[in-house]
Design a protein around this ligand. Sequence first.
Ligand code: ZN
Ligand code: FE
Length: 751
Amino acid sequence: MCARDILIRGTVQGVGFRPYIYRLAREHSLSGWVANQKDGVHVRVEGSHEALEAFTSALIPDAPPAAHISALEVKHAEPSGFREFFIRESERTGRPTVRISPDLPVCDECLAELFDETNPRYLYPYINCTNCGPRFSVIESLPYDRCRTTMRHWSMDELCDSQYHNPLDRRFHAQPVACPNCGPHYLLEDGDGVCYGDRESIDRTVQILRAGAIVAVKGIGGYHLSCDAANAATVQAMRERKFRKQKPFAVMVRDVEVARRLVELSPAALDLLTSTARPIVLAPGRVQLAGVAPENSELGIMLPYAPLHHLLFAFGAPEVLVMTSANRSSEPIAFRDDEARRTLTGLADAFLVGERPIARRVDDSVARAGVFGPAILRRSRGYAPDAVGAFPTKRPILAVGADLKNTITLVVDGQAFTSQHIGDLDHYEALASFRQTLKDLLDMYAIDPTKLTVAHDIHPQYASTLTALALPAQAHVSVQHHRAHVASVLAERGEWERRVIGVSFDGTGYGEDGTIWGGEFFAGSLRDGFTRVGHLRPAYLPGGDAAAAFPVQCAAGFLTDLPGLPDLMEAPFQFPGRYRSATELVCKRVRTFSTTSVGRLFDTAAALLGFTGEITFEGQAAIWLEQLAGDTKCDLPLFDFTLSDNVLDFRPMLVQMARDRYAGAEVRDISRRFHRSLAYATARLVKSLSEDHGTDIVALSGGVFQNELLLAELRGMLEQTRLTAWTNAAVPTNDGGISLGQAALAVANVA
Ligand code: ZN
Ligand code: FE
């Protein structure tokens, strides 16, 4: 008789882990127990040496699909003589550091039951089991038990209760377990009144969707606004009511077959689409759906993930549904029923309301199968709140991120948890959501705020900075935006010592000299910090960050005093009057700032090639410019993007671009050459810096690196010079990754 004590860490709560251990132990005729404790799942097993070996070696390979084991510790122990194997109740002491599982899509077994007439949960929109269903979006506090989830309002009937308590059942300790007899239901509210009953309300929803209605549909982490994507008039109405001019809408498609008709699905994109996170996947479009993604060659698609979505399609909903966050303009997604009714009246024709409350808003995630593998552009449902990195510190650290695309990172016991996407904090609702998420994270992990090290941006007027400074923390650490971008790449890879060259290209960030940065080169490491060793040549920026809305306004700054430019007010450029007035601002140095932003350089290039109007969503001109290049051949000559004293000078390139266009060159070729020239100049500077600083690793981060064409060019050129490029994978390369980088630089306090 031998015994082992085993500790399993990782995402092991709420994913069917204890019943799995129970079944595995019984299979191997072992006695002992399994329990959730504050640091993970503890197992005591007793039996023959062979059986213990077999049990231990099967533990990881056979684990439930939603479990993520980060560490397994096995110790020999003295047998206590247990006669059977049992599941011990959760311990309630100490700080919970076990991880909370992200929400999971409905599993195949539940899906089969959903459409099995003989099953008690036939057509029941809240079907789930330990392998699937909501987690993060229903958990109110830890440890994860039904009484601390939004399912506490419903008591289980005999069927659910017996399954919940049967270790051999798929629903053993499935906290959100429910059936039509005891659980919550859906109902439909429209102008005619309320339609009760799951089937009746879903059936009616499908009818009105087919007739062209816009329906607010309650899902897992919030409400969607849904309509028939093939109905151009309805899609247009949605744009008008939402005040959303051109920003693409995401669509939900019935199945993979429909997805293939809509977009080109590479094997990597298919993997992302069907992954347990079920993100919105951006892929090249094959057909145009009028008004869904205007003038955009990519389409964002996702598969059904909640049982409700499968029911909508099974009841005959249009096979492609617009499914966009229910909100006005860029406010946060509505997730409470009263809030949805209040803010969406006049926007939605009807409300398909589910009775189960949502504990916190969790938007759909957005991802793309990119040059460097899967790239997460918005990290939310299905990913949050998984840990994104292991930190070499026991101190609790809170990092509040940037004011755009905000996320918050909390480091607890050496694990970095990055929050779901919160949004742009200039909206009152988003700021409220930011404060709520901050409190939520600290409560969830039972952190005393006075013990925290709090990291924030150096921007003195950021709402996130002001909130951070008001916290009664032990220490505050101020982190420059672009250093945080570079740090995020290293933090998620656990590279705490490695010296790298960091390249941070983005739209805007507060520089340590008070100017607007966004084209920065650094040398250093997470341990020693980063020194700025190169940058884009500073340009004027009339109107400051407000210029980001008008590419011609950026152009006025970047093109100041350039000899040899054709007249941009004339054909083929035809810049509007705004260009002239912005030029006057620059001449008089009125409201004129200095910037090294590569994002604004992209805007200038876009203006020169024909994007002379207003931008209606962030990054629009840069996306337009990238798509303009399409798949043109890359044997075109480079522009002169010159380099002196580690400063990249864009001026000769911009003059050549303007002259080429004036001379009648194809704009798509000019766009391609622009991308290639920027990549080449960047690679050249990185190469020389890497020699100066003795490293062959380059970390790329910042919103500009969402540009796949630039990444592809740059990657190729860096590889030719034997440099290895790293970029973000766990967190977004845009400002959604800033909080992780801030936290990383707070560890050694080298910001
Ligand atoms: Zn299931
Ligand atoms: Fe940024």
